[in-house]
Ligand binder design. Structure first.
Ligand code: NAD
Ligand code: UDP
Ligand code: UDP
Length: 316
């Protein structure tokens, strides 16, 4: 494979750090751009000795002038508590960030990947969700800064494609988990694993009968790279990327308790507003186009995640 120079925005975050690592392993030069809002240097510390790895502290809502072959645009807080912390900034990050990265891609004729999300489907009325579904999104709720920001980013990607012939790849990522999730970002897998390891109560929101489909990070990264590298230039997506194995939140809680062998008790808290009731990707497009499908079952992925948080907590 030809050595490329690749820009990864949000490269010090959970998913971004795994993509940096993977692209460096494949012999590329990687430039990580991040404002460290939710990302951390610890996630990329092990890459810093590599002379082909660079870090730029930069906020994507401002223009960026560099020369690269490819761009992976992941900069955006991803967990509800982080994206709701400063909702205006969240929308700006998705929208202004997309405009700047698309303007950059246009000037240097780079191929560009957008980390979109299953949240574009909102609280879906169609199950599982195919890419052709337009979604059921509240435009004025507490999740809207993220959902509508990501939807507008998709619009911008497709207009730059139609108007400027830009090579775009839009991946709609479903709930992904694994090592390097931020311990305090409030997502369900990190919350439950950390609570179980500490012997604290496991906080189930609502009755726990809402569903999610959880993808282990290595599978997801493989799907993203295949979308970017193995599809023809005129293939834009959007493409769902996630694991179709669906679980209720209560099932997840019980699996974590079992794996950690924890004495933690389940406690029930109010369900946040607009929390989607069900979510499961239809991944037939990804399978047909790239041959990709996840291979790591929830239990196996959770074991690796528990190991990570266990050693992380012990090192604190
Ligand atoms: P994360 O919070 O770990 O990573 C996001 C990164 O973006 C962080 O390093 C953060 O500091 C950086 N960032 C935020 N705002 C920025 C800005 N204005 N300028 C520069 N950097 C900025 O979250 P993640 O789970 O790794 O998510 C990465 C991307 O994937 C996000 O765009 C997210 O919306 C998308 N996504 C993730 C999931 C998932 O389950 N993990 C699901 C759907 C979509
Ligand atoms: N941009 C950037 N880096 C570049 C080129 C453009 O950050 O190398 C930003 C710039 O801020 C611009 C945005 O991308 O506002 C959109 O660029 P485009 O060329 O599409 O539009 P215009 O410059 O006409 O607004
Ligand atoms: N959730 C929960 N307890 C927690 C954190 C989350 O029951 O401590 C629930 C949350 O209400 C949602 C699901 O788990 O129904 C997934 O939440 P997460 O924030 O991980 O992702 P998203 O809602 O964005 O899919």
């Amino acid at each position: 494979m030809k050595k490329k120079r690749v820009l990864i925005t949000g490269g010090s975050g959970f998913l971004g750090s795994h993509i940096c690592e993977r692209l460096l392993d494949e012999g590329n030069e990687v430039i990580c751009v991040d404002n460290f809002f939710t990302g951390s240097k610890e996630n990329i510390l092990h890459l810093m000795d590599n002379p082909f790895f660079e870090i730029i502290r930069h906020d994507v809502t401002f223009p960026l002038y560099i020369e690269v072959d490819e761009i992976y645009n992941l900069a955006c807080p991803a967990s509800p508590i982080h994206y709701q912390f400063d909702p205006v900034q969240t929308t700006k990050t998705s929208v202004h960030g997309a405009i700047n990265m698309l303007g950059l891609a246009k000037r240097i004729k780079a191929k560009i990947f957008q980390a979109s999300t299953s949240e574009v489907y909102g609280d879906p009325e169609i199950h599982p969700q195919p890419e052709s579904y337009w979604g059921n999104v509240n435009p004025i709720g507490i999740r809207s800064c993220y959902d509508e920001g990501k939807r507008c980013a998709e619009t911008l990607f497709f207009d730059y494609n139609r108007q400027h012939n830009l090579r775009i790849k839009v991946g709609r990522i479903f709930n992904t988990y694994g090592p390097r999730m931020a311990m305090d970002d409030g997502r369900v897998v990190s919350n439950f694993v950390v609570q179980a390891l500490r012997g604290e109560d496991i906080t189930v929101y609502g009755k726990g009968d809402q569903t999610r489909s959880f993808c282990y990070v290595d599978d997801l990264v493989d799907g993203i790279i295949r979308l970017m590298e193995d599809t023809p230039d005129d293939f834009t997506g959007p493409m769902n990327l996630g694991n179709p194995d669906e679980f209720t939140i209560l099932e997840l809680a019980k699996t974590v308790l079992d794996l950690v062998n924890s004495k933690s008790k389940l406690v029930f808290r109010d369900l946040p507003s607009d929390d989607p009731m069900q979510r499961k990707p239809d991944i037939s497009l990804a399978k047909k186009t790239t041959g990709w499908e996840p291979s790591i079952p929830l239990r196996d992925g959770l074991i690796k995640t528990v190991e990570y948080f266990d050693s992380y907590l012990k090192s604190q």
